[in-house]
Ligand binder design. Structure first.
Ligand code: NAD
Length: 248
């Protein structure tokens, strides 16, 4: 590991567990001051403590505009602004199309798409006010390319995240802010291990070009690259990280 993010402040949402926690740990290992945020306040505290390296926890529900404002007010007070924001928090449902109703649709869109917008808007307003050339990295999903079953609202929300990423790249490039998305394949996260998605590994591995089970660190390594100066000439892109399951 290098200290390529030394002196930078990085916010990771949904970082109490799973991919978000691995991202937070990797950015801390690269020298960043990491803010571990999650709707699960106790989980965020435990994750920050286990990461160490000065990582702190700030709880927030990303779908709640007031909570996101309070999160960025605290960031302003403690750090001025973020240099890196990783939009990772999401609900990962497993629900048959026949059971998808408006309430489910609205809940997934509120967290997975509107929450990503709320955090990105507050973060980039603050970056611009403080003159930071920031990096926004949003975790989408390769289910957007595959149209994976039992996830209709999720697939639609992740497509929205990719669209938002492109729009933010266009609008914010003139301020030195980049916005990119990552589309993971199936990853053995805490959430997946506790869900019916856990039964899909053999099928997914059969489709992958490179064999094995996706791990949170496979995604964290690519986030660390996009957050670094090495990625300064990349914006508006979607990087597919799924061992070659989807080749496009
Ligand atoms: N695991 C996979 O196979 C996979 C594949 C593709 C994409 N992804 C994406 O990767 C990201 C992380 O997934 P994971 O598998 O680690 O999930 P996970 O369920 O293990 O963790 C998600 C975290 O987000 C938090 N969260 C949920 N709603 C929130 C809210 N409203 N506000 C703040 N925090 C909230 C949860 O408390 C949890 O700690 C998600 O964006 C997911 O869509 C995961």
């Amino acid at each position: 590991m290098s200290a390529r993010l030394s002196g930078r402040t990085a916010l990771v949402t949904g970082a109490a567990q799973g991919i978000g926690k691995a991202i937070a740990a990797r950015l801390a290992a690269d020298g960043a001051n990491v803010i571990v945020s999650d709707v699960n306040a106790d989980g965020a505290k435990a994750a920050a403590a286990s990461i160490g390296s000065g990582a702190i926890a700030i709880a927030a529900d990303i779908s709640d505009a007031a909570a996101v404002s309070a999160l960025f007010a605290e960031i302003s007070e403690r750090f001025g602004a973020c240099d890196v924001v990783v939009n990772n928090a999401s609900i990962v449902p497993f629900i048959a199309w026949d059971d998808v109703d408006l309430a489910h649709w609205q809940k997934i869109i509120d967290v997975n798409l509107t929450g990503t917008f709320l955090v990105s808007k507050a973060a980039t307003d603050q970056m611009r006010a403080k003159g930071r050339a920031g990096r926004i990295v949003s975790i989408a999903s390769n289910t957007f390319f595959a149209g994976t079953p039992n996830m209709a609202a999720y697939v639609a929300a992740k497509g929205g995240v990719i669209g938002l990423t492109r729009a933010m790249a266009t609008e914010l490039g003139k301020y030195g802010i980049t916005a990119n998305a990552i589309t993971p394949g199936l990853i053995e996260s805490d959430g997946v291990k506790d869900s019916p998605h856990n039964n899909a590994f053999d099928f997914v591995e059969m489709l992958q070009a490179v064999k094995g089970r996706g791990q949170p660190e496979h995604i964290a390594d690519v986030v660390a690259f996009l957050a670094s100066d090495d990625a300064r000439w990349i914006t508006g892109q979607t990087i597919n990280v799924d061992a070659g399951m989807v080749r496009y």
